[in-house]
Design a protein around this ligand. Sequence first.
Ligand SMILES: Nc1nc2c(ncn2[C@@H]2O[C@H](COP(=O)(O)OP(=O)(O)OP(=O)(O)O)[C@@H](O)[C@H]2O)c(=O)[nH]1
Ligand SMILES: [Mg+2]
Length: 217
Amino acid sequence: MLLPKRIRTCISHLFTTTMTVATRSIKLVILGESNVGKTALVENFMDMRRDTFFTTTVGVDFHNKKLVINNETVNVQAWDTAGQERFSALPSIIYKKADGFVLVYDITNLDSYYRLTAWIRNIDSFYENHKGMPIMLIGNKNDLVQVRAVFSDVAQSFADKNNMIFVETSAIFDRDTVHDAFLRIVTQIIQRRNETSDSASNTLSKGEKPKTKKYYC
Ligand SMILES: Nc1nc2c(ncn2[C@@H]2O[C@H](COP(=O)(O)OP(=O)(O)OP(=O)(O)O)[C@@H](O)[C@H]2O)c(=O)[nH]1
Ligand SMILES: [Mg+2]
């Protein structure tokens, strides 16, 4: 049975609309001293099999992963930076237009923890007081608890003071915690984006009339 033309047009319109919904893209920057396990974390999250040893990152590596969050496809672009370059040497393009940051230290290396303040200062130079910027602090290598140098409660209160999510994990041995952690920061980024766009669309400048959109089939 042939449907009336109006209904056929309507169905085709709805189909086209659904097909053109854009995938959101998220830029997540991974920062921290050399050797703390940034690449190992990203590769775990990306489900990349790496049976050989890790080589130090030079400059920055990019990896993409699609996630479905609340029925929406999100493309997460992870910028895996080189710790060796040190904070002053990383080009500003790495920080610009970031949606969130993952700060990594090694729980067996006190110096990598102390240097976090310098990394935060660097984020602050692009995003004033990192206000509202989603940041996650990862204490990595917690499979090596017998040689722990940074206590969890100390790192937790540092994270609380700086409004950061805090997670301890092992990039090599704990796939679930690594995946949950990345999902948490991505979800926070999406929530923040939704809130920002909601408040922007709810704010009318003086004399501005509310815009209404009508959709017809
Ligand atoms: N035991 C243990 N070793 C780890 C863990 N994560 C990383 N490593 C090891 O730590 C070393 C450095 O890991 P990378 O991921 O290359 O460190 P990175 O932070 O990317 O270092 P740069 O690229 O130089 O900045 C490698 O030998 C890894 O195998 C972990 O969770 N536990
Ligand atoms: Mg690396």
